[in-house]
Design a protein around this ligand. Structure first.
Ligand code: ADP
Ligand code: MG
Length: 678
């Protein structure tokens, strides 16, 4: 049997069991072996019968006087006595009719369960029992508890896992020996065994360190290999022209922040090389990323290169196109900008294609469909990607094929990514942070509001609407409230439009709407034809409505902190004080997690906090099944991450060949291809 064998090859695994395992994502024997426990229960302390204390206990004893009976209809009880040389204790099982027939007299068992009072007598309730002569999996040890599914309990999973570990031939070490030696990592087979069936807490920790190390090592090795491969591509060098930069900066109505200055300088240096730039600019909403990207683009365009900007949605692509158009038009270059999205008419598209091909259009703005469109970009110098999309090897190859060379790539993200996560996930990027907001930016007053206070809150909000302000109401996809079950954005809209704010104009925006519809709604909101816009998170990034000063988040607890932070960046863009109200779906005391938003206005701090509290998957949901499928490693373990990252660099510096390590090779090539741009 190998890790690739289907689970049906395991003894006792029939079609029914196989189906249940599949629900848990377990198909192969290897899946089962890496189906790590969620937690453990410690039954490792074996007590004699005379020394039992209430709680979780294990004894090593013989079992006698087994009697099963129905005490009333539907309620079956099995009772027995367990005895060692110090005394006897009663065992009770509820509704386990098979017990009586399964217990052998005269043999010694490990018996593990809850020692508690039952009808004025202490007994061990619903114990697991195993022959003391066997390798115990359910008793007498630190017992693994797995994520279960209907009809498949941890005890059954334990048996299967043990069988798998024992039968598989290829649990050999798959990391280089120099690495496991230097890092003092336990060998793979041992780590896996200890992970499921720890011989002690300290052995379990060693196993976790080993497996977590390997996960981060694979991820960072994949990222570094991508980085080196990208660096081999040839880009068009875009020379730095000082006068151009100076004139542009001089034409701006404000001074650049120091952070902007530093970052644009780095970018200009990158662009001068034929080695393609691959840089991420991270910064809070309003920190001036788009401005920096525009300055980079200008340097390219003014020297005859083309630039493509890709946004995650059509709404954002349109807004970017507007901004870029205004900016370029202010220096007399507006006609070089073109929007290219699915929502254009065939005629508009054909026209854009033609003008891109002949070079009239220098700045294309669109969704990432830009790279799959049949667009002939003849001198593509720079690609700008808005928002946390990973731009993978395949996408680059496509672009290279289209343009005939590698463009420089600049990523912009307003999603604050904790450094440890960025290094692991985006190891292939150079990272620049805009950690300074332009002067005079207001803080958005943020308050957790109880649903009980809705009336008062609405009255206050209505005064502001009366005074000419506007409000965003943002809902999670389905709002889960205790009282009403799931509530949809449509229902929230109905409630506000027909009842609470029926004297106001209320708009609705959600992801199922066609792009043209969304666009119309958004335009109406910008034009103040609506006072209130009820929406899902489709307004998440980038939309600019200076007159909107109130944001109300329904079901606030279901958003990540970093996400809320991003959302509230939609208000506070004008001169008036802005407010963000966080409304949880029930009136229980709000969590500390939500409260953090009232006092912390630094997106990176909030992201760190969310990472600690909820793990990476909760922050970046969509990436969970991709690169972020970390089963063991904690992204908050900075030391482990640093060690694994250094090891990945060593692997490359030693010119190690992946071909020598087939398992690692497979993992790394899978990870290298991971992207969320499709
Ligand atoms: P981001 O893309 O990071 O959200 P933008 O580049 O869109 O930020 O800038 C947000 C707003 O601030 C824009 O209206 C922009 O013109 C303005 N802005 C950018 N840089 C500065 C600066 N240094 N000083 C003042 N305003 C700025
Ligand atoms: Mg922006």
């Amino acid at each position: 049997m190998t890790v690739n064998s289907p689970v049906i090859e395991l003894k006792g695994a029939g079609p029914e069991l196989v189906k249940k395992l599949a629900i848990l994502g377990v198909h192969s024997v290897g899946d089962l072996i890496t189906y790590y426990p969620r937690r453990y229960e410690d039954y490792s302390h074996i007590s004699t019968v005379d020394k039992l204390h209430p709680g979780v206990v294990t004894v090593e004893a013989k079992i006698s006087q087994v009697i099963g009976r129905y005490v009333r209809r539907g309620m079956h009880i099995t009772e027995a006595m367990a005895s060692d040389e110090t005394g006897s204790v009663r065992l009770i099982w509820f509704n386990q009719t098979y017990r009586a027939g399964a217990i052998k007299a005269g043999v010694t068992y490990f018996i593990g369960g809850e020692y508690a009072l039952r009808r004025s007598r202490f007994s061990i309730l619903n114990p697991s029992i195993e022959l003391a002569s066997d390798f115990p999996v359910n008793t007498a040890r630190i017992v693994p508890i797995y994520r279960e599914t209907k009809g498949l309990k941890s005890s059954a999973i334990r048996k299967l896992v043990l069988q798998a570990i024992k039968s598989v031939k290829n649990l050999d070490e798959h990391l280089p020996k120099w690495l496991t030696d230097r890092q003092k990592l336990v060998v793979y087979g041992q780590a896996v065994t200890e992970m499921h069936f720890p011989s002690s807490a300290s052995e379990l920790n060693k196993a976790k360190r080993r497996l977590g190390f390997e996960e981060i090592f694979e991820l960072t090795l994949a990222a570094l290999l991508n980085k080196y491969e990208f660096a081999k591509g040839k880009a068009l060098a875009i020379p730095f022209k000082q006068k151009l930069a100076k004139d542009f900066v001089g034409s701006l109505p404000f001074k650049l922040t120091n952070a902007q200055r530093k970052v644009i300088w780095r970018i200009y240096q990158d662009l001068e090389k034929t080695q393609p730039m691959n840089r991420l600019i991270e910064g809070d909403v309003g920190s001036g990323k788009t401005m920096v990207a525009a300055m980079a683009a200008l340097m390219a365009i003014e020297q005859g290169f083309q630039v493509a900007l890709m946004a995650p949605t059509e709404i954002l692509a349109r807004q970017h196109a507007d901004t870029i158009y205004k900016l370029m038009n202010s220096i007399g270059q507006g006609d070089k900008v073109s929007l290219l999205i699915g929502g254009l008419t065939p005629k508009q598209k054909a026209n854009a294609h033609k003008r891109i091909k002949n070079g009239d259009i220098k700045f294309m703005v669109g969704t990432h469909a830009l790279i799959s469109e049949k667009v002939d970009m003849h001198k593509l110098g720079l690609v700008i990607i808005d928002e946390q999309h990973r731009f993978g090897v395949e996408q680059r190859k496509k672009l290279q094929a289209k343009a005939g060379h590698m463009p420089h790539v600049l990523h912009m993200s307003a999603t604050p990514i904790p450094r440890s996560l960025a290094l692991t996930l985006y190891g292939e990027l150079d990272i620049s942070v805009l950690d300074e907001l332009p002067p005079g930016r207001q803080t958005i007053i943020t308050k957790v509001a109880s649903p009980n206070s809705r009336k008062t809150l609405y009255a206050g909000i209505d005064k502001q609407l009366q005074a000419g302000q506007q409000m965003f109401v943002v809902c999670p996809l389905i709002l889960d409230t205790e009282t009403s079950g799931g509530v949809s954005v449509e229902e929230v809209y109905e409630q506000l439009a027909k009842h609470d704010f029926k004297h106001r104009k209320v708009g609705l925006l959600h992801g199922k709407m066609k792009s043209a519809e969304k666009d119309t709604v958004m335009k109406k909101f910008v034009a103040h034809e609506y006072d209130i816009l009820v929406s899902t998170t489709v307004i998440e990034v980038g939309v600019d409505v200076p007159n909107a000063t109130i944001m109300l988040l329904e079901g606030a607890e279901s958003f990540g902190l970093a996400q809320v932070h991003q959302l509230r960046g939609r208000v506070g863009r004008g001169e008036h004080q802005s407010y963000c109200y966080l409304m949880p779906s029930d009136s229980r005391a709000p969590s500390q997690r939500l409260r953090a938003l009232e006092t912390i206005s630094d997106g990176f701090k909030l992201a760190e906090l969310d990472l600690q509290l909820r793990g990476p998957g909760a922050i970046y949901g969509s990436m969970q099944h991709g690169a972020l499928d970390l089963r063991v490693a904690e992204l908050t373990d900075i030391k482990l991450i640093a060690a694994a990252r250094n090891a990945a660099q060593d692997f490359i510096d030693r010119k190690e060949s992946l071909k020598k390590y087939p398992h690692l090779d497979l993992r790394v090539s899978t990870l290298r291809a991971v992207t969320n741009l499709n």
